[in-house]
Design a protein around this ligand. Structure first.
Ligand code: GDP
Ligand code: ZN
Length: 296
């Protein structure tokens, strides 16, 4: 058994159980089994391969996928990475300031992909943590794990490291929030590899959607997904959005009209819940924006 760390052209880099890495080709037979030849093998795939040399091999089969991050272009699904356990949504308490509506967009994407989302608010050294009480309350009560951290001062890093242990984790969030700094704080040994990956990207050697799994010193991987910076609500149609908001979903089922969009209708259970103060107004506004397909 092996794990695909990255795919470059026709070659997949596969990590064996003993952590050695093989450059693998894919069996021709396997290719014809798929309707989308470009994605016979994707980063993150659990595969079965046969070594054909000291560090070469051939992938014989690919296990069924879960937790897939993908995007659709020209009607085809492009897998960015497969078998993701969790998505850490990194934001920043200052420079750049917190953007809760952006957090909601990432949450909807994670819920849609069936990937567990966690929230991480970095740079808490720049503010009084009491300022975050409301936002932590809203997301905490929805059952999302929230990490308040500072990569700079080392606050909350041990707990975050434990959250990564044994898991395959995507770190997402707008650029500048401190994703690289956090990874380096979590695992100093990662330093070289993380910066090496981004330096190659700067030179444009890779396409922007090439994902890489970076093995952690212990168990698990962090997944570097350059394309995720331009995170879109891939594949999500407006009618599905309410079902992906944990707080709105239960009210949406109570609306008078089964096709209620919870925007302009009268006698809408969601709008009533907002008016009664049961549903958070800002979360509802987030919902309306995403439902309307507005840009972040
Ligand atoms: P990325 O684009 O998300 O990978 O963000 P970087 O890790 O490159 O960090 C962006 C900037 O934020 C850099 O100037 C970091 O030094 C700074 N930064 C990162 N973490 C912290 C933090 O916890 N506190 C403060 N004050 N600055 C930070
Ligand atoms: Zn409604």
């Amino acid at each position: 058994p092996g794990r695909v760390l990255r795919v470059q052209g026709l070659v997949s880099e596969v990590e064996a159980r003993d952590k050695s890495v093989y450059q693998c080709a894919t069996r021709r037979l396997l290719k014809t089994m798929s309707t989308d030849v470009r994605h016979v093998v994707a980063a993150g795939d659990h595969v079965w391969f046969r070594p054909s040399g000291e560090s070469e091999g051939i992938i014989e089969s690919v296990d069924p996928r879960y937790g897939v991050l993908s995007r659709t272009s020209k009607g085809r699904q492009h897998i960015i990475v497969a078998n993701v356990d969790q998505l850490i949504i990194v934001s920043s308490a200052g420079e750049p300031g917190l953007k809760p509506n952006l957090i909601d967009r990432y949450l909807v994407t994670a819920e849609n992909a069936g990937i567990r989302p966690l929230l991480c608010i970095n740079k808490i050294d720049l503010i009084d943590p009491a300022e975050l009480q409301t936002i932590v309350g809203v997301y905490g009560s929805l059952g999302y794990e929230v990490h308040l951290v500072s990569a700079k001062d080392g606050i909350g890093i041990d707990r975050l490291r434990r959250a990564l242990h044994g898991k395959d984790t995507v770190l997402s969030g707008q650029s500048g929030v401190g994703k690289s700094s956090l990874l380096n704080a979590i695992e100093p040994g990662l330093n070289l590899r993380v910066s090496a990956v981004s330096r190659e990207n700067d030179k444009g050697k890779h396409t922007t959607t090439t994902a890489s799994l970076i093995p952690l010193a212990t168990e698990g991987h962090v997944i570097d997904t350059p394309g995720i910076r331009q995170f879109q609500l891939w594949d999500i149609i407006p009618e599905e959005v309410a079902g992906l908001f944990r707080d709105i979903r239960p009210f949406g089922n109570l609306c008078r009209f089964p096709n209620c969009t919870h925007t302009h209708e009268t006698d809408c259970a969601v709008k009533n819940a907002v008016a009664d103060g049961i549903l958070d107004t800002r979360r509802y506004e987030s919902y309306c924006q995403i439902h309307a397909g507005d840009a972040a």
